[in-house]
Design a protein around this ligand. Structure first.
Ligand code: ADP
Ligand code: MG
Ligand code: MG
Length: 895
């Protein structure tokens, strides 16, 4: 197989093979942009390596060829003693995984070539600095030596020379440091630092392959739902040098602000620096405006390239560049990660600039981003103790206790305490703590620092570069410049990811502007908006939501059991209720009537229990139907087993035993215990519930249908337009539905006759057993609609009960790749999805126009919504707060 591609051979659509970084390096090369020459080793090679534990022989051969081509193009040889070619070895998977994989710079330097590099560059200091960086990075990432050893040696050297910054070390100091670094490698890795350039290259390549399987790569992929079997590509790229002096430097820029979405370029730049220095937040950075002053020519060229790339990719681009003695090089580009707010604003800016269509704009935002915009924010006014103001790196409002490291953040979060991870700066090792914490605060680093990039990717509130804070992780204290306070693990702080403010103590939070928009409309949201950014944001959300509503084929309903829930749903744009559960109508003080019903010995007693329940349930339905007036409302008749309304078996047994002992036993309790025992089920989920209960418990279905019918009559009398749809749960056979329908229709007819109203409400069923889906063609004969109950359908298709499995072996199953995400979160398309498809297909064989929807958690899950759209359902029903997300996702599915 072809394992190696020159940058000039690939293009941006080959991300599977070349990884994101490699594909985009190829694309830029193809466009003729200034990219240093190089080549990409494919993800195939990585997978082959991981499978066999060894580098495929063809790979070594192909690397030689590609390397020689680069060498002859540049007229330099890798690691040659005079004028050496140096390369970087960079990982790059299909999906960008910030900080997950290691990059090794300056490969090719050794005791001989360092001298040559010093001579040709006329800068000996630079050559030795590059060499010590190579040994440091190589030692850490390739040879697994603890990075602390190197940093400690570096710090000691600076102290010894009485300087405070890395670049103040002179040639002698640096060459001493190189020897010390080599000794560290010898001691901790047990080998000599490899002097052979090709060995360096091969070892680094293998290390990149191996890094695919590190713990933190696994954590990140799990979180981002990235499959574990993709592998990473490796990019070998000719080195250019940002650390050659004052006319050199390295930077990161964005074609628009990835944090707010403001139009206009944005970036960080560091003079006389290499590689990771910018993102590591080691020194505070300059802005692009500063670069314009320092080097107007390079700045102009960069601006032109940014515009070119944005036009080419039709999207916000994130670009890494280096200036070597006034010459600009591009080292990476990709469509930039951005905050939710930026996603909506940028999408609409691009539409207005006629770079993309409205349909495309919809694909640039996600339901999850919309969800993030609905997060609450800090309220204005009131007493607040502002500690400092730093860079707003990722929006949101987070309140929590200070946590100093991963262990603390994770354990306190598990104990239910909100924490904010506070670090001097973060690096990839801090990932578990960042995942756990509600927010991240760093003392150093710009908006493109590790903390900022990763937090934005996770939708986690982050404030960075708070240099007023002096974080001492070892002492577990934070000192605040100019303030007489010391923050400890006991301190509650609040960080504002929009303003960059850090407060001492708790700060109250309020609705976000987008929530105001969703609930009260655009006009009100604009009126309440505090600034232009917010106005542009809500306007962008409004335009995109309108477009989604216009193009989507799926209707969106809500699961709502109470008038309050129904109202929440309506305010967020729900077109009906897809699931109104009726079990709560049997709870509270009504439990007693249910008990009476179960215990009834005679027809009379049962009648009495039923008639006590009737007015109560009717009252509930009147309210719900009033709230949902003019909109469909699917009412599911009682689903859970009746014993859920009885006392707990164990508790009651104990009580009876104790009372008997004391001679205070109430015979009624003894009787009740006998009933509870009789009704006890080993497997309630598969027991006497749903249709089975409705058909066999005399009077139950009649009670519920009568309550619905009489409530509807009441609404009709006052000029309302009730649209109840009666739904029978847990149907397995058409005969069940037939019986239920006959009994329900009899009641409807009776109430209709008594009231003189027409009551021809649809009667349908849930499809939540595989048998129902398989025999959907016959069930459809008796059904006016189907609603796929995908929670139960997942349980019954897999044969596991959610309550029993989610907390136990699911995590292992996900780690082992049995499934990527919980099938209760995202519909398992290959299994449960096929059952749904079958149900749709067979149901429509019988009734081509049969209305079908889905209720259950999956109705609000983006990926599942896309699937429901594809199989041709008519609506999804989800929790009221997910309704906007579902509207947007249904729109996205349709374009
Ligand atoms: P990441 O995936 O973490 O962004 P990169 O492979 O892009 O890692 O490398 C990190 C940084 O190292 C780059 O931003 C760039 O500044 C520097 N770098 C990588 N390759 C080179 C090179 N060939 N010449 C100069 N700098 C490089
Ligand atoms: Mg990079
Ligand atoms: Mg169910």
């Amino acid at each position: 197989p072809k394992y190696v591609y020159r940058f000039s051979e690939g293009d941006k659509d080959q991300k599977d093979l070349l990884g994101g970084k490699g594909a985009n390096l190829a694309e830029m090369t193809r466009l003729g942009l200034p990219v240093p020459p190089g080549f990409t080793i494919t993800t195939d090679a990585c997978r082959a390596y991981l499978a066999d534990g060894a580098v495929p022989e063809e790979l070594s051969v192909q690397v030689t060829t590609a390397l020689r081509e680069v060498e002859s193009e540049l007229g330099r040889e890798l690691g040659a003693a005079a004028d050496p070619l140096l390369v970087s070895v960079r990982s790059g998977a299909k999906f960008s995984m910030p900080g997950m994989m290691e990059t090794v710079l300056n490969i090719g330097l050794n005791d001989a070539s360092v001298v040559g590099l010093g001579t040709v560059s006329g800068n000996e200091r630079f050559a030795w600095d590059s060499y010590r960086r190579l040994i440091q990075m190589f030692g850490k990432t390739v040879l697994d030596v603890d990075g602390e050893h190197f940093s400690a040696a570096l710090e000691a050297k600076k102290a010894d020379r009485g300087v405070s910054l890395d670049y103040e070390l002179d040639v002698t100091a640096l060459s001493e440091l190189v020897e010390e670094f080599k000794a560290i490698v010898r001691e901790h890795a047990g080998i000599e630092f490899p002097q052979d350039p090709r060995d360096q290259l091969d070892m680094a390549t293998e290390a990149v392959f191996r890094s695919w399987n590190t713990e933190r790569a696994h954590i990140y992929r799990r979180r981002e739902k990235i499959p574990h079997d993709l592998g990473t590509a490796v990019n070998v790229c000719t080195m250019v040098f940002g650390n050659m002096g004052e006319t050199s430097g390295t930077g990161v820029c964005f074609t628009r602000d990835p944090s707010t979405g403001r139009s206009g370029v944005y970036g960080d730049y560091l003079v006389n620096a290499q590689g990771e220095d910018v993102v590591a937040g080691i020194r505070n950075t300059l802005s692009l405006a500063d670069l314009e002053r320092l080097d107007p020519t390079s700045y102009e060229e960069l601006r032109g390239l940014m515009r070119r790339l944005e036009t080419h990719y039709h999207d916000l681009c994130d670009i890494e560049f280096t200036i070597e003695r006034g010459k600009l090089w591009l080292l990476q580009t990709r469509v930039g990660k951005r905050t939710a707010a930026a996603a909506f604003r940028v999408a609409m800016q691009l539409v207005d600039e006629k770079l993309i269509t409205m349909d495309e704009a919809l694909t640039r935002v996600t339901g999850e981003q919309l969800n993030q915009l609905m997060f609450p924010q800090f309220t204005d006014g009131g007493e607040r103790d502002l500690l400092t103001r730093a860079l707003p790196a990722s929006p949101g409002a987070a309140v929590g206790y200070v946590a100093f490291d991963n262990a603390e953040a994770v354990s306190r979060t598990e104990a239910g305490e909100p924490v904010i991870l506070v670090r001097r700066e973060t690096n990839p090792d801090d990932l578990p703590g960042m995942v756990a914490a509600v927010g991240v605060l760093t003392a150093r680093g710009g908006k493109t620092s590790h903390a900022a990039v990763v937090a934005r990717g996770m939708g986690k509130t982050c404030v960075c570069g708070a240099d007023a804070l002096e974080v001492d992780a070892a002492a577990r204290t934070v000192r605040v410049a100019g303030r007489d306070v010391v923050l400890t693990s006991e301190t509650m702080i609040a960080i504002d990811g929009q303003s960059g403010e850090v407060f001492l103590g708790e700060v109250p939070v309020a609705d976000s502007p987008v929530t105001t928009y969703l609930r009260q409309g655009l006009e009100e949201a604009l009126k309440q908006a505090e600034d232009e950014d917010t106005r542009e944001l809500v306007t962008s959300v409004d335009r995109l939501m309108r477009h989604a509503d216009a193009v989507r084929r799926l209707a969106v309903r809500a699961n709502a059991d109470t008038p309050e829930d129904a109202l929440h749903a309506l305010h967020r744009g729900a077109q009906g209720v897809g699931l109104c559960r009726t079990e709560h109508m049997f709870l509270g003080e009504r439990k007693q009537f249910v008990q009476n019903l179960i215990l009834a010995q005679s027809e009379n007693e049962r009648e009495a229990a039923l008639s006590a329940l009737l007015p109560l349930q009717k009252g509930d339905f009147v309210q719900m139907l009033e709230t949902m007036d003019g909109k469909p409302m699917t009412i599911r008749l009682i689903d859970p087993p009746l014993h859920e309304f009885l006392p707990d078996l164990t508790e009651l047994s104990v009580k009876v035993a104790v009372d008997r002992e004391r001679g205070t036993l109430d015979p009624a309790d003894e009787e009740l215990l006998a009933v509870v025992r009789r009704q006890h089920e080993a497997n309630p989920m598969l027991g006497l519930r749903g249709a089975r209960l409705l058909l066999t418990q005399p009077g139950l279905i009649e009670l519920q249908v009568r309550a619905i019918a009489e409530a509807a009559v009441e609404r009709l009398k006052v000029g309302g337009s009730p649209q109840p749809e009666i739904m029978i749960p847990l149907i397995g056979s058409v005969r069940e539905l037939q019986i239920a329908r006959e009994r329900a229709e009899a009641v409807l007819a009776e109430v209709a006759a008594d009231s003189g109203q027409v009551l021809d409400f649809p009667i349908g069923c849930m499809i939540e057993l595989p048998r129902a889906a398989v025999s959907a063609d016959t069930i459809a004969e008796e059904a006016d609609f189907f609603s796929f109950g995908t929670n139960d359908l997942t349980q019954t298709t897999w044969g596991f009960s959610r309550d029993d499995v989610e907390g136990t072996f699911f995590k292992e199953y996900m780690d082992e790749g049995v499934f990527g995400v919980s099938p209760f979160e995202t519909l398992d398309e290959r299994g449960v999805g096929r059952v749904v498809e079958l149900g749709v297909e067979r149901g429509r064989q019988t009734k081509p126009e049969l209305k079908m929807g889905v209720c259950g958690e999956h109705g609000g899950d983006p990926e599942s919504i896309e699937f429901f759209h594809r199989v041709g359902l008519n609506y999804v029903s989800c929790s009221p707060f997910r309704v906007p997300v579902a509207r947007l996702e249904a729109g996205r599915a349709a374009v």
